[in-house]
Design a protein around this ligand. Structure first.
Ligand code: GLP
Length: 256
């Protein structure tokens, strides 16, 4: 696990965008796994900037989003469909047919989850998966629990996550209680993984993610088993980690 600590959010976002662009330069039809939330917004903005400067071409890229709220339509501004098109896809030359996001309005959730897994498999798997992290250590919507889902599934959101995500909704009541999320194996099967974290409220989650202990109580800690994982985090999110308290398989690189 490589941990790169940047001085601030902007530098974290720029470095993440460069990593995605280099993946696309390496393989123009890369399969990217994408995340929503506040954290990757800066990265998406930088990638749009790079696209406008002709530095990256998305015409052959295929994407798979991590998750979607149950019961929100694509037109709902709080859906992850809406987020992705509004913040990223509408501003680059990606082909709509190459965009994959679970359907939160499906009539058959089990079928939707199984088909999502097949889509990823038939595409040859994800080359680079981008992740954010919840303050409780969740990735995608895989919440801390005794048992985690292996494959894409419907999950119940924790009170903490509902509360955290309510900032985007009118009030907490309006936040869906369930979501479709890639499972832990879906995520861990990706060839490379990039996790981004920024700000003080992620310090505990980051510390637990890199500590060297693996627990379903901190889903992100399972990432320590992946051979090609990079964390790009800012100084604030990294405040509780040092060479002394990270796992021996972590390599810490401070960039400021
Ligand atoms: N399902 C998403 C996660 O994929 C995301 O990582 C997390 C953190 O969001 P933020 O980046 O806004 O802190 O929020 C949501 O719960």
């Amino acid at each position: 696990m490589k941990i790169i600590v940047e001085e601030n959010y902007e530098k974290m976002s720029n470095r993440a965008a460069l990593l995605l662009a280099s993946q696309i330069h390496l393989k123009e039809n890369s399969k990217l796994g994408l995340a929503t939330g506040g954290t990757p917004m800066g990265m998406y903005n930088k990638l749009i900037e790079m696209y406008n400067e002709d530095e990256v071409d998305f015409s052959q890229v295929m994407t798979f989003n991590l998750d979607e709220y149950c019961g929100l339509s694509k037109e709902n501004p709080n859906s992850y469909h809406y987020y992705m098109f509004d913040n990223f896809f509408n501003h680059i030359n990606i082909k709509k047919e190459n965009v994959n996001i679970p359907d939160g309005m499906t009539e058959d959730y089990n079928k939707e989850c199984r088909e999502y897994e097949s889509l990823i498999e038939n595409a040859g798997g994800i080359d680079l998966q981008v992740l954010g992290i919840g303050a409780n250590g969740h990735i995608g919507f895989n919440e801390p629990a005794e048992k985690l889902n292996v494959m894409t599934n419907v999950v119940n959101l924790s009170k903490e996550t509902i509360q955290a995500n309510s900032r985007y909704f009118e009030n907490e009541e309006k936040v869906p209680k369930q979501a479709i999320s890639m499972g832990m194996a879906t995520i861990l099967k990706s060839k490379r993984i990039l996790l981004l974290a920024s700000g003080k409220n992620k310090v505990e989650a980051i510390k637990a993610t890199v500590s060297g202990k693996i627990s379903t109580g901190v889903p992100a800690s399972l990432l320590q088993t992946h051979p090609e994982i990079t964390l790009i985090i800012d100084k604030e999110a990294a405040a509780l980690i040092s060479e002394d308290n990270i796992s021996a398989n972590c390599e810490l690189e401070i960039k400021y």
